[in-house]
Each structure stands twice: as structure tokens, then as C-alpha cells.
Ligand binder design. Structure first.
Ligand SMILES: NC(=O)c1ccc[n+]([C@@H]2O[C@H](COP(=O)([O-])OP(=O)(O)OC[C@H]3O[C@@H](n4cnc5c(N)ncnc54)[C@H](OP(=O)(O)O)[C@@H]3O)[C@@H](O)[C@H]2O)c1
Length: 272
């Protein structure tokens, strides 16, 4: 039951009403006995600055930031974490007595999801896609591993070479070459989202690959289905969603919620 001491958290985006984050974070607050609520705020593009002013004025404790504001929000904040500064993107805001800190948890969320299936060690990683998510994941994984990023628009993949990755064009010849080279394959394109498309045809996969798709609608994408048929270990996109949420929650509260509880709440939200 909300009262005068209830802490307020939320998500800003446009659109925002489809988000699964409220289900996930409210379940965690409840399970941990924290007096707080998490809401979704659909902020119109010309109101972003006012919305962030409102966070300060109302003392909203923390935010997630989603499309299309992960980069635009940066200029309204007081400080950025090292990772956020390097990729120029924020998905989590922590309000410390009116000073707003920007963080990014997408990269670490993807790392933790992958680590469910494989110890990263010095494994070679191929990432498809250099959009917002691909960039954050490439930046994080290139800290310790060799990473190649292929993207339909090759300039965006090459722009990530500043993080020490190799960037190139997403075409059949490069897929054949780098799938042979890689031990881990991550789809960070939107190909396969709400459709039965795949960025890599099944016959190109081999059983030595660990395959992660960051898409979670559908939960089992065509890429993951075909990877399973080939005998690959697979990781679905819901795990990345859950772990980026857990990392945000930890930044706000210092506590680590239960991953299965968070995943269960999201699955319920997805109607599964
Ligand atoms: N699991 C999670 O927690 C999580 C988090 C974030 C995002 N996601 C999912 O990840 C996907 C990407 O999100 P994002 O934020 O990175 O989006 P984004 O910034 O719009 O990037 C989209 C990426 O997909 C590529 N792409 C789109 N259509 C393509 C096509 N027909 N052929 C080849 N490449 C194509 C784009 O290539 P170009 O650069 O050439 O356009 C770009 O690399 C979405 O499905 C999103 O739902 C999941």
C-alpha cells in the first residue's frame, strides 16, 4: 500500500506503455519489502528536459531510460559513469539528493546473460548489429575478449573500432568467415523481432557456437530454434532484460533481487 514515504521509480520512453520493466521492478520491491513503486512515463519528445526537471523537483529516486532517449537524456544529467560516458548512452538514472547520475546496464546485463551459458574466458565473440544495444554490448565484451561486429551499415560497426573491436559489413561472406572464427554469436540486430526472420541461416551454424539472441519477442526466435537444432547452447533475450534490470535495481537500492522472480514477472507480463 503506497503511503507518504513511498519511493518512486519509473521508466521514461516514447512509447513506454508496452514496457515489462514495471512488472519486473514492482515484483522485486515487493519481494524485498521495499516501500516503493515503479511506473511507466510516456514522455513526449519535446518534453524530455521538463520530465528530467520533474525528477529533480519531485524527488523521484531513480529512472530507467529507453528508446528514443538513451542518448538525448545525457545532457540533462549531472554526471555519467565511465561506461555511459564512453558509449554516450544512459539507461539508468540514480537521483542522489537532486544530483542525477547516468549509468548504462545493457552491456553488463548481456555479459551476465551470456555467463549463464558459458565462461567467457578468452572466447572469440561475433556480434551482429551496431545499433544502441549492439554498441553497449560490444563496448562491454571488448574489455576482456576479442570481438567482431558486423552491421548492415558498416560505418556504424567501424565506428566501434575505438573500443578495440573489428567492425565490418553484415553480408554472407563475412558471416561465413567470422562464424568459423567465433565461439560465441550474439544477435543484436532487430531481425527476428515479432517475425520469423533470422540474420543467419541455420546451415551456417555449428554446434561449437554458443548463440544468444537479445530479442525476446518471440522468446524463442528463429535463430535460437535453428541453433538448438544444430546442437548449440542458447541464451534468450529475456535474460539480458532481467540482468540489465537487476543491475539498475542494484544501483538504486544496493540490493540484488532474485533473477527467477524478475524473469517470472516478465514472463507473466508477456502472457507466458
Ligand atoms: N534483451 C534486452 O534487454 C534488449 C535490450 C535492448 C534491445 N533489445 C532488442 O534488440 C534489438 C535491437 O535494439 P536496438 O536498441 O539496438 O535498436 P537500434 O538501435 O534501432 O538498432 C537496430 C539494429 O538492427 C539492424 N537492422 C535492422 N533491420 C535490419 C535488417 N533488415 N537487416 C540487417 N540489420 C538490420 C540495424 O542495422 P543498421 O545500423 O544498418 O540500421 C541495427 O544494427 C531490438 O529487437 C530490441 O528489442 C533487447
Amino acid at each position: 500500500m503506497a503511503d507518504a514515504k513511498t519511493g518512486l521509480y519509473g521508466l521514461i520512453g516514447f512509447p513506454a506503455r508496452h514496457s515489462l520493466s514495471p512488472a519486473m521492478h514492482n515484483a522485486a520491491f515487493k519481494a524485498l519489502g521495499i516501500n516503493a513503486v515503479y511506473l511507466a512515463f510516456e514522455v513526449h519528445p519535446d518534453k524530455l528536459g521538463e520530465a528530467i526537471g520533474g525528477v529533480r523537483a519531485l524527488g523521484i529516486s531513480g529512472l530507467n531510460v529507453t528508446m528514443p532517449y538513451k542518448e538525448a537524456v545525457v545532457r540533462f544529467l549531472n554526471s555519467l559513469s565511465g561506461d555511459s560516458e564512453e558509449i554516450g548512452s544512459v539507461n539508468t538514472v540514480v537521483n542522489r539528493n537532486g544530483r542525477l547520475e547516468g549509468h548504462t546496464t545493457d552491456g553488463i546485463g548481456a555479459r551476465r546473460a551470456l555467463e549463464r551459458a558459458v565462461e567467457l574466458g578468452d572466447r572469440r565473440i561475433l556480434i551482429l548489429g551496431a545499433g544502441g544495444a549492439g554498441k553497449a554490448i560490444a563496448h562491454e565484451l571488448a574489455k576482456d575478449n576479442e570481438v567482431v561486429v558486423l552491421n548492415r551499415t558498416p560505418e556504424k560497426a567501424r565506428a566501434l573500432e575505438r573500443f578495440g573491436v573489428t567492425g565490418d559489413s553484415l553480408n554472407r561472406a563475412n558471416l561465413v568467415k567470422y562464424i568459423e572464427w567465433a565461439e560465441i554469436l550474439i544477435n543484436a540486430t532487430s531481425v527476428g523481432m515479432n517475425s520469423w526472420e533470422t540474420p543467419v541461416s541455420g546451415e551456417m551454424l555449428n554446434e561449437k557456437l554458443v548463440v544468444m539472441d537479445i530479442i525476446y519477442k518471440p522468446l524463442k526466435t528463429r535463430l535460437l530454434s535453428e541453433a538448438e537444432l544444430r546442437g548449440c547452447r542458447t541464451v534468450d533475450g529475456l535474460w539480458m532484460l532481467v540482468y540489465q534490470g537487476i543491475e539498475s535495481f542494484r544501483l538504486w537500492t544496493g540490493l540484488e533481487p532474485d533473477e527467477n522472480l524478475m524473469r517470472g514477472a516478465v514472463l507473466e507480463g508477456l502472457g507466458q
